[in-house]
Structures are given as structure tokens and as C-alpha cells.
Write a protein that binds this ligand. Structure first.
Ligand SMILES: Nc1ncnc2c1ncn2[C@@H]1O[C@H](COP(=O)(O)OP(=O)(O)O)[C@@H](O)[C@H]1O
Ligand SMILES: [Mg+2]
Length: 268
């Protein structure tokens, strides 16, 4: 155990953050961190960007100084019933045993695989760099080390354009990647500003995303469309549920014809 504690000093330099880690995460999670850092996926964890229902997201750096985002799913307090609903019925994760840790590990693997498939379908998501147990390492979204705000928190400059982007994502997901995001809202879209001061939208939080063959896929899809329509309508975009739904479906011919990036079995 003493050795395991020493490892924490190697990848967390900040004393307060070390204390937080010790309080919030169990020894297995700290060891998983150690494993990913020795694999070179990150070097130092720097600070907590945000904590959500299911995960803590930290900013980290690799040994060349590049920023990384490290998402650590909670293994103790996660809502397992909720998670299970999205795993059962997704044929990629049929073989997952149903104890708490297995579910969270499968969820982490699922988010990694989903991000990969989404990126291949041309949806702007953080690029996934690797995972182990309940840890996912991905591209850090932000400018000069400052994490991007969500669409909910910071809004954006051009809502018409943002709406078109999100509709385009939904169509690419559905028709090209065979996926439904299943938690699409202004809370899971980041608005990044690049070095040339241009805004870029980035879709995050893809652990719950399911294959279109999931028995609840249609329900999840309709909920996504509803959230998107409601938010953008409030921002003055001339849309509603029916129009947003039609706008996504109208892109079928554009995207369904292209070679599909189908979701295969999740990698172990
Ligand atoms: N790749 C990233 N780069 C920068 N910040 C991120 C990144 N991923 C997540 N975040 C931040 O962490 C928060 C929680 O992440 P999210 O994936 O939405 O998890 P949760 O399931 O806890 O909602 C986000 O609202 C955002 O502020
Ligand atoms: Mg979220």
C-alpha cells in the first residue's frame, strides 16, 4: 500500500488535489490513474474542471505539456440502474456482467468507443486517447488551458448556425454512425473559441449513447430532438419539435448513402 501512495505524488503535484483524490476515489481508481500515466496517456493531473452526476473531469497534461481531459467515473455513487438501462439492449455490451464495477467499466469503454465512432462519422467530439477501468482520457476542449463552457453556461454568438450544426450531428449520428446520443442538450455541448476567435461546438458526454437497434432508441432520439428544438426555439431560432425532427430526417439521403461507421463489439 505504501508504494501505491507514493505513486500519487508522481502524477498529482498539487497537495490539495491529492487530498481531494484520497477523499473522493478508492485505491483502485488511484491505481488505474497510475496505470494510465505510466502508459504515457497523461503525466500530471492538474485540477478539477467540473464534477457531474456520474463523473469528475480533470485537466491533465502529457509529458510534452499538451492538455488532456481525464474523466473519472464514480464507482460508488453512480446511478447504476440508470446506466444499466442504456447497456441492456445495446448489442455491443450484451456480455457485461451486472455488478457495479463491471457496469461502470463497461460504461467507460462504451464512451470511449462511442467517441471514436462519432469522430469517424464527422461529429466534433473530444478525441478519445484511451481508457482503463473507470478512467477515460480524451482531448481537452478549451483555449490556452481554460476549459470551454457549455452552451447552457455561456451561450454562443450565432444560434442559427449552432442549431444547424447540432441537427447535422444528429443526422450523422443516426444515419452514418448508427448511434443515438441519448442525452443531447445544451448541457452536453461545449462552445470552444479557437486561436482565431472562431466558435466551434463540441459534443460531449457520450457514455449513454446507444446503437439505433437498442429497443429504446426511438424514444431516446425523440427526446434528443425535443431538447434541441426547445433550447434553440428559446434562443429565437424558428424551429419546434416537428421541424427539428424533419430537418434531421431530411439529411438521410446525404448521410445514409455513405459507408456507415457501424458500431462493432466494444473492445475489452
Ligand atoms: N473534453 C473535455 N474538455 C474540457 N472540459 C470537459 C471535457 N469533457 C467534459 N468537460 C467538462 O466536464 C463536465 C462534465 O462532463 P460530462 O462528460 O458532461 O459528464 P457528466 O456525465 O458528469 O455530465 C462538462 O460539463 C464540462 O464542463
Ligand atoms: Mg454532462
Amino acid at each position: 500500500m505504501a508504494d501505491e501512495k507514493i505513486n500519487v505524488y508522481r502524477f498529482i503535484k498539487d497537495e490539495d488535489l491529492r487530498k481531494t483524490f484520497a477523499k473522493v476515489f478508492d485505491q483502485n481508481t488511484i491505481m488505474a490513474c497510475h496505470k494510465l500515466s505510466t502508459k504515457g496517456l497523461f503525466d500530471v493531473v492538474e485540477y478539477l474542471i467540473n464534477v457531474g452526476k456520474e463523473a469528475h473531469v480533470f485537466r491533465a497534461r502529457d509529458s510534452s505539456g499538451n492538455f488532456r481531459a481525464v474523466k473519472i467515473y464514480k464507482t460508488e455513487t453512480s446511478d447504476f440502474k440508470h446506466m444499466d438501462k442504456y447497456l441492456v439492449g445495446d448489442e455491443r455490451f450484451r456480455d457485461v456482467r451486472r455488478d457495479k464495477r463491471d457496469i461502470v467499466f463497461a460504461w467507460t469503454r462504451k464512451e470511449h468507443n462511442n467517441l471514436d465512432l462519432m469522430a469517424k462519422a464527422g461529429v466534433r467530439v473530444p478525441l478519445p486517447y484511451g481508457f482503463h477501468e473507470n478512467l477515460l482520457v480524451m482531448e481537452f476542449i478549451g483555449r490556452e488551458g481554460v476549459a470551454a463552457k457549455t452552451l447552457f453556461a455561456g451561450g454562443c454568438r450565432d444560434y442559427e448556425k449552432a442549431y444547424e450544426t447540432v441537427v447535422d450531428w444528429m443526422a450523422r449520428l443516426y444515419f452514418k454512425a448508427n448511434l443515438i446520443h441519448a442525452d443531447l442538450s445544451e448541457y452536453n455541448v461545449l462552445v470552444n473559441v479557437d486561436a482565431r476567435d472562431r466558435e466551434e461546438l463540441v459534443l460531449i458526454d457520450c457514455g449513454q449513447s446507444v446503437l439505433a437497434s437498442h429497443p429504446m432508441a426511438q424514444e431516446f432520439f425523440e427526446r434528443d430532438v425535443r431538447n434541441v428544438a426547445k433550447y434553440f426555439q428559446k434562443q429565437g431560432v424558428d424551429t419546434d419539435y416537428a421541424r427539428a425532427y424533419a430537418a434531421v430526417k431530411a439529411l438521410k439521403a446525404k448521410y445514409a448513402a455513405a459507408a456507415p461507421a457501424r458500431g462493432g463489439k466494444g473492445k475489452k
